[in-house]
Design a protein around this ligand. Structure first.
Ligand SMILES: *Cc1c(COP(=O)(O)O)cnc(C)c1O
Length: 384
């Protein structure tokens, strides 16, 4: 890596970009080619072909993502779930056991609880806030521990330092989904995690116009994940790779602005009489605010809240806001509002959803890059 790329803002723009510039172009062209001339490659995994994840559009992203997250290597994939499933199915074999945080992103939860039993991969869900409860779940075949930087939609912040230490003490591979924090707010590999995953669909791309995923870690593990990926086939196409690389260039600007706007909106909501609860790690009232302040450079662009009057009032609020689109997903330039009971957690039985703390009327806001004053004014009129 070029040693003048010391700060993340510079790395986002320049790391991984080809030098010398191709035909002098200041932006790398899109390499819209499935296959490339044979140049004496000795192994299947070295043949240059889009599915083999080694073409210029892909390798430029690998270098950029590895630099941002401070890892030796990275692999970009066709979606966050492609990155998560390929990584877990590389690290885990039939007969192995996984410790996974409870309340994971729905797709990951369904993968671990719905698909793993069929593959004879065992798992237990842990309360990732209670380190003293984990050792009792260890088995001789436990291989890995899996957590998220912040949970969706309650924005819980697990004992991430404890996870790293516990993994080291017990010889486990520690894996984190860093989608909600991004490398602007948290750098898991520097904190001691072995593997860092992303749904690049969210903040990394940032414009809600592609799906993509990534995994970053040490060179040997990433190479073995790449070999599985070459077989499973979820590779990112060159045009999506171009959009992702373009989106990444503004990541630091977007995320810092979103951190600030979301803090302001969280404080506005917390002070509003119609609001009974706000979940945001940047608020003093968040049960893990002190931990979040120690771990993160910023608290991110997602918050959730409950209104007086529950589900009926939440539906009315969603009808009355004018700026946010009512849509699932997060991390884009446009503000999005969802009611998790009807989207991300609609598949759960109501009792279980309530037990997890996700009320019927809970609303989740992914704050975009609109003016926070406009968003607050819009929220004020929708609550009035
Ligand atoms: C969206 C999301 C995923 C899945 O990513 P896709 O790109 O939709 O496959 C995984 N983890 C988290 C935390 C997410 O928000």
């Amino acid at each position: 890596m070029n040693e003048s790329y010391r700060h993340i803002e510079t790395q986002l723009v320049h790391a991984g970009e080809p030098l010398p510039r191709i035909a002098g172009a200041v932006e790398m062209p899109i390499f819209q080619s499935a296959t490339f001339e044979y140049a004496g490659e000795g192994s299947y995994h070295d043949i240059r072909y889009l599915r083999i994840n080694n073409t210029p559009s892909q390798t430029a992203l690998h270098d950029k993502l590895a630099t941002l997250e401070g890892g030796a290597a990275a692999l970009v994939m066709a979606s966050g779930m492609a990155a998560i499933s390929t990584t877990l199915l590389t690290v885990l074999s039939p007969g192995d056991h996984l410790l996974a945080q409870s309340g994971l992103y729905g797709g990951t939860h369904d993968l671990v609880s719905g698909e793993f039993p069929r593959l004879r991969i065992e798992r237990d869900f842990i309360d990732a806030d209670r380190r003293d409860s984990w050792a009792a779940l260890l088995r001789p075949n436990t291989r890995a521990i899996y957590v998220e930087a912040m949970t969706n939609p309650l924005l819980e912040v697990a004992d991430l330092e404890g996870v790293v230490q516990f993994a080291r003490e017990h010889g486990l591979i520690s894996i984190i989904d860093n989608t909600f924090a991004t490398p602007v707010n948290y750098r898991p590999l520097a904190a001691g995690f072995d593997l860092c995953l992303h749904s690049a669909t969210k903040y990394l791309n940032g414009h809600a116009d592609i799906v993509a995923g990534a995994v970053v870690g040490n060179a040997a593990t990433i190479e073995s994940i790449r070999h599985r990926a070459n077989h499973f086939g979820g590779s990112l196409d060159p045009h999506a790779a171009f959009l992702l690389k373009r989106g990444l260039k503004t990541l630091a600007l977007r995320v810092r602005y979103q951190n600030d706007s979301t803090q302001r909106i969280a404080e506005f909501l917390a002070a509003h009489p119609a609001v009974v609860r706000v979940n945001y790690p940047g608020l003093q009232s968040h049960p893990r605010h002190a931990r979040a302040r120690r771990l993160f450079a910023g608290y991110g662009g997602v918050l959730s809240f409950e209104l007086e009057g529950g589900e009926r009032r939440a539906e009315e609020f969603a009808r009355r806001v004018r700026i946010p689109a009512v849509a699932p997903s997060l991390g884009g330039v446009q503000t999005l509002l969802t009611r998790p009971a009807t989207t991300s957690h609609a598949g759960l039985p109501r009792e279980e959803r309530l037990r997890l703390g996700i009320a019927d009327g809970l609303l989740r806001l992914s704050v975009g890059i609109e003016a926070p004053e406009d968003l607050i004014e819009d929220i004020r009129q929708a609550l009035s």
